[in-house]
Design a protein around this ligand. Structure first.
Ligand code: FNR
Length: 358
């Protein structure tokens, strides 16, 4: 029988998740960008180098000064409680078991302190929202630093929250806490009209470069801008002191019809010229996808949905399994491509299919 792949984990998750959770996690499965993220990887072809000693492969990488065992980390996604009762505590355990990083979402159902306590040695970063009240942001930055998180992620491709566009009320099938947004229980049930009003009053929508600069000036932690797709914004990010850039289209959940992330990655890597670390996410489903992203200049990749599938499949162990599958596939792909370590992974290993006139 073949080794399990992420397709098997996705199938298992589909069976285990409620209709509500599956729909929320998948959305918009029919979007052009969602599909293109996945398909675009298949338009690149690897040209292996042979007869090199690849008996031992080192998949480790340094991200923002921290060593991780694999160049594959978990990106921020909301509401892990919809997938598993242990929610983000389980996701963090799964990531820590493979010694890789995880970005905790502001929409997490456990507080950043609870997640830090549940997995003491983990590599953790926090995705912070933009608030109108800068005092609130200062307190949140202090909490993040105190709890041992080592970077702040700012999502820059979401000028408005979805519920400003889709005003239909939403009722979660499980109780949802948002302890990184509210100091106490939410004053209104998430999804309700009162909650939306409250959020609209609290959040800075849309945020601008000025808000990025304020955060850059008010934390000692590295700052990563997630959601960059243009060379111009990548240069602006560097000019505003970003330490990292995550090339992302939000897994196809924001503007539909934008390029696949893997297609814009090389231009952004070139424009940034080593002045910040460059990562990517969107559509990473196999070890060869990871290898291709690295050949095109990503320092590491992030996964969104696959981690949620793992969580639904089997809690912390399921998340660990997803990372293990990707790690083992990457290690095998590296061997077959003639790469023993990260520095062997070079742009000359990959061509776009247009190379041979398809
Ligand atoms: C997301 N994503 C996301 N991004 C972000 O910056 N903040 C967030 O709170 C969320 N929430 C979220 C929820 C769900 C259910 C999904 C699927 C995605 C986007 C996420 O970080 C990432 O960019 C994409 O998921 C990457 O694409 P793949 O790996 O899902 O194809």
């Amino acid at each position: 029988t073949p080794l399990p792949t992420l397709v098997d984990i996705e199938k298992s998750a589909r069976e285990k998740l409620s209709e509500f959770a599956w729909g929320y996690y998948s959305r918009p499965a029919d979007g052009q960008t969602y599909r293109d993220n996945i398909e675009a990887f298949k338009r690149y072809r690897l040209i292996p180098r042979n007869l090199r000693d690849v008996s031992i492969r080192d998949t480790s990488v340094t991200v923002l000064g921290t060593r991780m065992d694999i160049p594959i980390a978990i990106g921020p996604t909301a509401y892990h409680r919809l997938a598993h009762a242990d929610a983000e505590l389980a996701t963090a355990k799964g990531a820590a078991a493979i010694n890789t990083g995880m970005v905790l979402s502001s929409w997490a159902n456990h507080s950043l302190e609870e997640v830090a306590e549940a997995t003491p040695p983990g590599i953790r970063w926090f995705y912070m929202l933009f608030y109108k009240d800068r005092g609130h942001m200062k307190r949140l930055l202090a909490r993040t630093e105190r709890a041992g998180y080592t970077a702040i992620f700012l999502t820059v491709d979401q000028p408005f929250l979805r519920f400003q566009i889709d005003k239909r009320p939403v009722t979660s099938p499980v109780p949802i806490r948002l302890p990184n947004i509210f100091d106490e229980e939410p004053p209104h049930a998430p999804g309700s009209a009162g909650y939306r009003e409250y959020m609209n009053a609290a959040l800075k929508q849309p945020a601008t470069w000025e808000d990025v600069q304020w955060i850059r000036d008010n934390t000692r932690l590295p700052v990563v801008l997630k959601g960059i797709l243009s060379v111009e914004d990548a240069k602006m990010a560097v000019a505003h002191g970003a330490n990292g850039i995550c090339v992302s289209n939000h897994g196809g959940r924001q503007l539909d019809g934008v390029p696949a992330t893997i297609d814009v990655l090389p231009d952004i890597v070139r424009a940034v010229g080593g002045k910040a670390e460059v990562y990517m996410d969107g559509g990473v489903r196999t070890g060869t996808d990871v290898l291709k992203a690295l050949t095109l200049g990503a320092r590491c990749v992030f996964i969104g949905r696959p981690a949620l599938w793992g969580l639904a499949h089997n809690g912390a162990e399921g998340v660990q399994q997803v990372l293990q599958i990707l790690r083992d596939e990457l290690s095998l792909a590296m061997a077959r491509a003639g790469c023993a370590k990260m520095s062997d992974i070079q742009p000359s290993l990959v061509v776009h299919q247009s190379y041979y006139g398809v």
